[in-house]
Design a binder for this molecule. Structure first.
Ligand code: RUB
Length: 315
């Protein structure tokens, strides 16, 4: 076991406590922590440096199990470092710094593209139902507002930790007409919506089958949206794709503390509580993924992702 230093431990604890939440933020803060940790490394040799980096990556990756964006980002940084022929530790530190910088530049470009495609999907004056707090969805809605579309947004509370309130406050502060409702009001909201209105959610993971993994309750909303004939979009960068699912591995769904639902000292002693953080929405309920590559239905996304991850067959 390799010892991990302060930046990685601090970020790990903040992610665990959900002070850092949402797939994008979890990945971005972990990239920063890894870079800071490696800059402070006392390793004298390339071998020692890589060993330390490998340990930090392995540790950070366990902070949230259902986050391929986190795993992909850290794995990519580690691979680039391992593939470089550099033996000088100072140069290796510069390389890691550059990898982190490029990660952020790329993440920003990706989000801007998604916001552009997402905003285009929203007709003027339309209502958009959202769930939880996705920084990607926030950006698309703000772009629609900037473009003069004046959307009305319905936010669910997103129990148990009310991340929907973060969305509601952020959008309302931005000047967007916003309504907050309990999670179980979704079918009532969908019934009110007109044919032009739509649903936007983020993504924590996209699987090889084109299924979507996102905050618990997303599947209920998608199923109801289909029932009510409403378009259901997931706004996400393709870096949320989990390549391991190509080989039949299923994405692990994080089970969070029962205390988030009912504090131990207040709840009946023998009561069982389940608290899955995410659920799986089948591709058949997803109209399309709004990605940096365009608005892509689940059935076409996978062939594009093969290319993105360099997995296409030779010749
Ligand atoms: C957050 C959540 C978000 C996705 C996408 O769950 O499900 O919809 O992470 O967010 P939690 P983003 O609060 O448990 O992390 O678009 O910011 O990556």
């Amino acid at each position: 076991m390799v010892a991990v230093l302060k930046p990685v431990l601090k970020t790990y604890a903040e992610i665990k406590a959900l002070r850092i939440q949402g797939a994008e933020a979890v990945a971005a803060k972990s990239v920063n922590a890894l870079a800071q940790e490696m800059l402070a490394s006392q390793a004298k040799t390339r071998k020692g440096f890589v060993k330390e980096m490998r340990g930090a990556v392995a540790f950070l990756k366990t902070s949230r199990p259902t986050e391929p964006a986190l795993r992909n980002a850290l794995r990519f940084m580690l691979l680039r470092t391992m593939e470089s022929r550099e033996t000088d530790v100072v140069a290796l530190k510069q390389l890691v710094e550059q990898e982190a910088r490029e990660y952020h530049e790329n993440a920003l470009r990706t989000k801007m593209k998604i916001a552009e495609y997402g905003a285009r999907l929203i007709p003027k004056g339309a209502s958009v139902l959202i769930h939880c707090h996705s920084s990607t969805v926030m950006r698309a809605l703000k772009k629609a507002q900037d473009d003069g579309k004046k959307p009305h947004v319905f936010c669910t509370e997103s129990r148990p930790l009310y991340q929907g309130r973060i969305s509601a406050k952020e959008l309302s502060d931005y000047g967007i007409d916003t309504t907050l409702a309990v999670d179980s009001a979704v079918s009532t909201i969908l019934r009110k919506l007109s044919d032009d209105d739509l649903v936007f959610v983020g993504a924590d993971a996209i699987t090889a089958e084109g299924d979507l993994i996102n905050k618990i309750g997303t599947c209920n909303i998608a199923t109801l949206a289909k029932e009510h004939g409403k378009s259901f979009y997931s706004c996400t960068g393709t870096h949320k794709f989990d390549p391991l699912t190509l080989w039949g591995e299923s994405e692990k769904i994080e089970e969070r503390s029962p205390d988030e639902i009912w504090e131990k000292k207040k709840r009946p002693r023998k009561l069982h509580i389940m608290n899955p953080a995410f659920d799986v929405t089948p591709s058949s309920c997803v109209t399309a993924f709004v990605t940096e590559l365009g608005v892509i239905p689940p059935s076409s996304l996978i062939s594009l992702l093969w290319k993105r991850f360099g997995l296409e067959e030779e010749g």
